[in-house]
Design a protein around this ligand. Sequence first.
Ligand SMILES: C[S@@+](CC[C@H](N)C(=O)[O-])C[C@H]1O[C@@H](n2cnc3c(N)ncnc32)[C@H](O)[C@@H]1O
Length: 342
Amino acid sequence: MAGLLDRLRFGRRLAAATRGQLEIAVLRSGLDAGLFEALKEPKGPAELADALELELDLSAAWLRAAHAHGLLDLREGKYRPSAYVDWLHEGADAAGARAMVGQVTLSYTPTLARLPSLLKGEERPVFGQDREEAIRVAEGSRVTEKVAFRALHRIPGVSAARRILDIGCGAGSYLAELLGRTRDALGTGVEVDPAVAERARQRLRVTEVSRRAQIVEGDFLEVDLPRDAFDLVLLNNNLHYFDAEDRPRLLARAYESLAASGVLAIQTPSISDSATARAMGARATMATFDLFLRSHANLHGLPLLDELDAELRAVGFQKLGRRPIVPGGMALYVWARKGREP
Ligand SMILES: C[S@@+](CC[C@H](N)C(=O)[O-])C[C@H]1O[C@@H](n2cnc3c(N)ncnc32)[C@H](O)[C@@H]1O
């Protein structure tokens, strides 16, 4: 039996975990119902209820809860979003961060709640059936985008790349950014989900690079693409869409599409056992993400990095390297260069 000190410690730990879940629920309701948006002009409970035609008692209780979670600041009886919510709402990383909040509440929590039956062999759900989820996932991986770009540009050969192929390009933000930076670069994105492919086309139009880019709709393993044609092939956040049998084919196709000395850059999370990963809680987050992925019929676990290196060498890559994006394995680039050049 746990002693008194342990019971206090365990109780505090459980309370913190519960608080985290509740905070996400309050946060999401505020984002989805436009409450934070309305509070950009600071308001008291009655003003908020009036402005959005809300139940007064519920909106007052929501304001109290959001304030208690540090999501709102309160001054002279009026609430306004905290700096954290401002970042989520309209900061540079807002789209990705908000999609992440949606993903935790709408996908991770309900899927993991099914684990007792899934563990006993219940048929695993097919990921991506729901259009909204596919879009959320593509947007959610943008949360690491800014830091990922810095890491990407430190990979030898990336800055000089002019012909770029983005496998599983999602909402097209990597292509848009790379083409925006380099005036004479040309891009091809391959995206299997039609709704997401349309998002990518829109993004390329909005960022005014669509004349130099095309989005090919289809499965990368099946679509027709030129060989020896690209200086940079990106495989960002989608290695886990390919099972162990398909991965050699995927890497071989990526290799074939690269020009001599071209670079393949694979962005992926991994489960790291390092001290940093433990200290940051990244090991727990990534191990649970891996569990979420495996709980679907059509998604597969996170890669073991040494195995991935061996698979890259097996298809012909000779020079390999790694670049951390977020410490602790939450995100990193594994890169591989075709040919013998350093
Ligand atoms: C998690 S999202 C990442 C999107 C983007 N690469 C990023 O990092 O922001 C993965 C994307 O890969 C796409 N995808 C998965 N399997 C694919 C395949 N076989 N061929 C083309 N696209 C694929 C999915 O539809 C999804 O949009």
